[in-house]
Design a protein around this ligand. Structure first.
Ligand SMILES: Nc1ncnc2c1ncn2[C@@H]1O[C@H](COP(=O)(O)OP(=O)(O)OP(=O)(O)O)[C@@H](O)[C@H]1O
Ligand SMILES: [Mg+2]
Length: 344
């Protein structure tokens, strides 16, 4: 990795933040604009000034805190502790996918939930790189949701102005994107997510959950599927870890999942909207934004596993995924509304 070269204007910005001590700082920027680098640099600087700092990572693809498809919160303890992402989250909120498109409600709700748990003097909120199209609405509502005392806007050619125009009353520092920022191709992004998923599931076990006791949330219209990415939560509904559905057991009375969370803490299963293989490879099948005209086809629907009467769980469909289409012809409009190329 090339050496991080902090531009003087970034240095001035972090010094300004340290002098103001805003409770909530929001980082905005398109993909590969240096958001994560600035977030960590700012966090280190504030820690070195003796301030308590929390990082709230509301990016769902390229994570700094926690696994992909989640929002993560961490309170940073000391300037001496290593700050190389991804950091293990103290608190998680499951969004359900590695893209914000089609998942804006859980992104907004999760950001608020975790923000409420921050005890730090300064909470730095990082966001996804989706700033065009549906990103304008998402970022606008995130600004209203977070109510930041300060916005740090990283932009190249005024691409954030459509968002910022509505919030002129909030203090905003417009910062340049350093020349040295190196863009990540969609393939590299996917590979990094795969690594992050694999790291999260290291040491995970298969466990069988009793249908009578387990609470299900966000069950997709098409029912549960083998390979569906989910999260498990405790009795308070707090996300513990990710999970993947492996199948039904005992005539549909038990649900087998693969998760690193301790079995005794699990009370809730929250369904996501993408699939994950045991190797951490992503499979996209549920989002209305990735659904093609032929999906779900009659043939596919008929592949549902039929289960005994009185079964507790919705049917688990067979393990056939639809690959995210490479050049989607979506009935929902042009390509840029279908596959969030800019994301993840
Ligand atoms: N000031 C800098 N000097 C040198 N390299 C940098 C600098 N800022 C960022 N980079 C590099 O550019 C790449 C992208 O930066 P970073 O990950 O911080 O951007 P991002 O906006 O968070 O991207 P993403 O959209 O993936 O979240 C990284 O490899 C990072 O090391
Ligand atoms: Mg980032």
């Amino acid at each position: 990795m090339s050496k991080i070269d902090i531009p003087p204007v970034w240095e001035q910005a972090v010094a300004y933040v340290a002098s103001k001590v805003p409770q909530r700082v929001l980082l905005l920027g398109a993909t590969d604009t240096g958001k994560s680098t600035l977030a960590l640099y700012l966090a280190k600087y504030l820690l070195s000034k003796g301030l308590s700092v929390a990082l709230l990572d509301a990016d769902v693809g390229q994570k700094d805190v926690g696994p992909p498809a989640t929002i993560g919160l961490i309170h940073l303890k000391s300037v001496l502790s290593p700050l190389s992402p991804p950091l293990a989250a103290e608190a998680l909120y499951f969004v359900g996918s590695v893209t914000p498109v089609g998942h804006m409600l859980p992104l907004i709700v999760g950001t608020k939930r975790l923000l409420e748990r921050s005890q730090a003097q300064v909470t730095i909120v990082n966001t996804t790189g989706l700033v065009k199209g549906p990103g304008v609405a998402l970022k606008s509502f995130q600004i209203e949701n977070i109510q930041p005392e300060l916005i740090l806007a990283l932009q190249r050619q005024g691409e954030l102005e459509p968002i910022l125009a509505g919030y002129k009353y909030l203090e905003t520092l417009r910062l340049p994107v350093p020349d040295k920022v190196s863009p990540k191709s969609p393939l590299i992004r996917r590979a990094r997510r795969q690594e992050a998923f694999k790291r999260h599931f290291k040491g995970a076990k298969s466990i069988s959950l009793d249908g009578e006791r387990l609470i299900l949330q966000r069950v997709p219209r098409q029912g549960l599927r083998v390979g569906l990415l989910c999260a498990v939560a405790n009795k308070q509904g707090e996300t513990l870890a990710l999970a993947v559905i492996q199948g039904l057991e005992e005539g549909g009375q038990k649900l087998k999942i693969f998760t690193p969370a301790p079995e005794e803490d699990i009370a809730v299963l929250i369904c996501g909207s993408m699939g994950l293989t045991p190797l951490g490879e992503e499979r996209h099948f549920c989002s209305r934004y990735t659904r093609t005209r032929s999906f779900p086809s009659r043939r596919r629907r008929n592949r549902r596993v039929s289960l005994p009467r009185g079964q507790r769980f919705p049917p688990v469909r067979s393990r056939k995924y639809k690959q995210r289409p490479r050049s989607p012809k979506s009935r929902f409009g042009p390509t840029d509304h279908t596959v969030p190329e800019t994301e993840g």
